[in-house]
Write a protein that binds this ligand. Structure first.
Ligand code: COI
Length: 355
């Protein structure tokens, strides 16, 4: 394994003083990890340096054609004072899936986990105190060739930055209101929907803007072909509980394979719940709401954790779910998942990795 050179900052930053007001993505720690890829040399020169601006040529290809991929995971403070990561190997495996789709050379997954650990160890004093707070870890890779022709890059930069965060949504664990999007689509099969790449999020901004203007937190995407089947919600995968069955859209190429999604499915199965990955038509959800069998809806994601959905706006209808309150499944998933992540509960699945 390559050795990571470490250059410590001589000017540590002031840490946020009120951990109840962190929000999401507003602060960054003292250091960052960098590693270069150059054709002929492969991935090389791994290093941790003081956090600061990247020097990029204005012609850098990531700025023009969006050849970039990213990940999101979190570090948690355990009650014994140690630091824990949650299934980091799954993030690095997904990073390589995204890399493949974006013509980015694969990274060494085990090495990337080590890089995360070393960076988190160095900046661990930034892990915020407080329920729902954690240190968000953002690995990303960008194409840096100074070239405005369209082709896969020969020079790339792998970066990892850290951000002390609170809940992603200001609502916290209070149910969010979601707008079902009919006009725009996020991704289609054969496109990049399963990859974690900036373009998918750029594609989502317009609809999110329209929804926000009407007071909705996020958009629920429908499939890009028939505009009939449920895909995912803004920055989360989505689950519906109908008549006792917990349903989440199957991964068929256009949906992000969330690690929180996967963990929730595994938890639900371990509790003996009926959980199904399949195509789910919006009409089925609307019919269930009308006949009283729609029991719960919630989103799952690293940033959002578990986010109950209290209202769905479908055209002119406002569907209120579970009286606009968090349901028992969402609450149990939240309590169990965060309990395992924070090392407050036993980890029967071996998901937690100590730093
Ligand atoms: C995450 O949940 O980690 C994400 O990457 C969502 C994000 C776009 C904030």
């Amino acid at each position: 394994m390559q050795t990571i050179a470490v250059q410590r900052t001589t000017h540590p930053k002031q840490k946020p003083t009120d951990s109840s007001k962190l929000g999401f993505g507003n602060y960054y720690t003292d250091h960052m990890f960098l590693m270069n890829y150059d054709e002929g040399e492969g991935w090389h020169n791994p290093r941790i340096v003081p956090y600061g601006p990247l020097e990029l040529d204005p012609a850098a290809m990531c700025l023009h054609y969006g050849q970039e991929v990213f990940e999101g995971l979190k570090a948690y403070r355990a009650p014994d004072g140690g630091v824990a990561l949650f299934r980091p190997e799954k993030n690095m495996a997904r990073l390589n899936l995204s890399n493949d789709r974006l013509c980015i050379p694969p990274i060494d997954e085990a090495f990337a986990v080590e890089a995360v650990k070393e960076l988190v160890r160095l900046d661990q004093d930034w892990i915020p105190e407080g329920e729902g707070n954690s240190l968000y870890i953002r690995p990303f890779i960008i194409a840096v060739d100074a070239h405005v022709g369209v082709h896969p890059a020969n020079h790339l930069l792998f970066v990892i930055i850290l951000s002390p965060v609170g809940p992603y949504y200001p609502e916290g664990l209070d149910p969010v209101k979601i707008y079902v999007e009919r006009q725009y689509v996020r991704a289609v099969k054969g496109g990049m929907g399963f990859a974690k790449t900036g373009g998918n999020y750029a594609a989502s901004l317009k609809a999110q803007d329209v929804a926000a203007a009407q007071g909705y937190t996020q958009v629920l995407w429908l499939d890009g072909v028939e505009r009939k089947y449920i895909e995912e919600v803004g920055t989360m995968n989505v689950f519906f509980k109908i008549n006792g069955e917990i349903i989440t859209p199957a991964l068929q190429g256009s949906i992000l394979g969330g690690i929180t999604r996967m963990s929730c499915i595994e938890l639900l199965q371990s509790w003996g719940c009926k959980v199904t990955e399949r195509r789910l038509a919006l009409d089925e959800v609307v019919a269930a709401a009308q006949n009283g069998t729609l029991e719960e809806a919630f989103g799952t994601g690293t940033a959002a954790v578990i986010s109950p959905i209290g209202e769905l706006k479908v055209d002119d209808q406002h569907i209120v779910i579970n009286g606009g309150k968090i349901g028992e499944t969402a609450q149990k998933l939240y309590d169990t998942l965060t309990g395992i992540q924070n090392c407050r509960l036993p980890d029967p699945f071996g998901w937690v990795v100590r730093v």
